[in-house]
Design a protein around this ligand. Sequence first.
Ligand code: PBG
Length: 327
Amino acid sequence: MITFPGSRPRRLRRTDRLRDMTRESTLEARHLIAPLFIKERLSRPVEIEAMPAQHQHTLPSLVETCGVLAELGVPAVLLFGIPARKDAEGSAAWEADGIVQQALRAVRSELGDRLVLIGDVCLCEYTDHGHCGVIRGSAVDNDATLESYARIAVTYAEAGADFVAPSGMMDGQVAALRRALDAGGHPNMGILAYAAKYASAFYGPFREAAESRPQFGDRRGYQMDPGNAAEALREVRLDIEEGADIVMVKPALPYLDVLARVKSTFGLPTAAYQVSGEYAMLKAAAARGWLQEEPVMLETLGAIRRAGADLILTYYARAAAERLRRG
Ligand code: PBG
C-alpha cells in the first residue's frame, strides 16, 4: 500500500475532465421512472400543495406529460389512480374502464411503445377507509386482499400495461399476481415488487395527492418497521422466489443501507422510490432559499444510484431529465 507522499488522491480531482473520467456511478434519464396521478372526473389538472410541480392529472394532461417524459428519454411511468367512487372493498380499482385502465389505454394509443407503462396495484386510493386491503374486524385481511389485487393486475394487463407494481405489502402478493397474470394469458407482463416498503412518515404528501389517508389506525400492520434491515432481505428473497422481475426499496434516502444490501445480496434489477416526503423536503428548503434545488436534486439521485439502485422512482424525473439534457 503506497501512502503519502506517493499516494495523492487529489490527483484525480484536479479537473472536471479527470473527475468525469473517474466517477464511479452515473445518473442518466434512462434510470428514472416518473410516478403520476390520474384523477377521475377532473376538468383541469390540480397542483398538489405539498408536492410543487406535481399534479393530479386529467386524461389529456396525463397524456401530454407522458409525451414530454418520453421525449426527454425517461423510459417509464408509474400510474396511480384516484377514483370518483370509493367503497369498503375498493371495487373501482378493478373496473375494466377504471381510471388507471382508461389512462393506460389513452397513453398507449397516443405513444405506442415509447414508454414502459407500470400500473400501481393497491387499494388505499379506492377504499373508503383508506387501507391497502379488505378490512375484517380491525385488520386488513391478507388473503382476501390478494384476490382483489389479482383482479386489478389482470385488468391492467388487458388495458395494455407492461408492468404491475404491487405496493400493498400483503404476504404472497407477487405470487398471487404472477399466478393470475399467467392464467389470464399475460405471461410477459412484468412485476415490479415493492419488496421492502417501510411504514414511513415520508408518505404524507402522497396521501394528500392520492386521497388515500387511512381513516383509522395506520399501516404498521403490513408495512415494515423502520428498525429492520435483515427482515428487508427476507422480504426481497420471498418476492424473488414468488416471481418478481424488479425489486424495490422504499423510501430511498433514509434506507440507503437497505438498498445497498439488497443490490449486493441479490443482484436483481433494483429500484428505489424517492417518495413524496423526500421530494417535499427539498422543495420546501429550496423555496426558502435554504438549499439550492438543482444540486441537491442531482446529489440525492446520485446517492441513490451509488448505493445500488438501477432505477429510481422520483417526482424529479422530469426536472432531472431536463437538467441532464442541458448537460
Ligand atoms: C400506496 C402507496 C403509497 C405510496 C406509494 N404507494 C402510500 C402509502 O403506503 O401510504 C407512497 C409514495 C410516496 O410517498 O411518494 N400503497
